[in-house]
Design a protein around this ligand. Structure first.
Ligand SMILES: [Cu+2]
Length: 91
């Protein structure tokens, strides 16, 4: 059972890294009031970028306020996926 979970985790990590540097996977990016940016991926999940261009975690379900006063509910928490896009491996 435990081994099965490990295999599942390993293969999903591989799937993530396979398209991690593909910026076109981001559907749209929205500026928030607090200076953060929320990136919405093609599957509807989101990743957060801070003022310094780093991928930062946010709890799914968190209510975010956009610069134009709208509210968005955080879906997913794609930190590793966004980090691969913001900081692609140099080699
Ligand atoms: Cu968020």
């Amino acid at each position: 059972m435990f081994k099965k979970i490990l295999v599942a985790v390993a293969s999903s990590m591989f799937a993530l890294s396979a398209f991690a540097v593909d910026r076109s996977d981001i559907n749209k990016s929205i500026q928030l009031k607090d200076g953060l940016t929320v990136h919405v991926f093609s599957n509807g999940k989101m990743g957060m970028e801070d003022q310094y261009g780093r991928a930062v975690p946010m709890s799914p379900g968190h209510i975010m306020e956009t610069q134009d006063g709208n509210r968005i509910t955080m879906v997913g928490n794609e930190v590793a996926r966004l980090d691969g896009i913001l900081n692609p491996p140099s080699d």
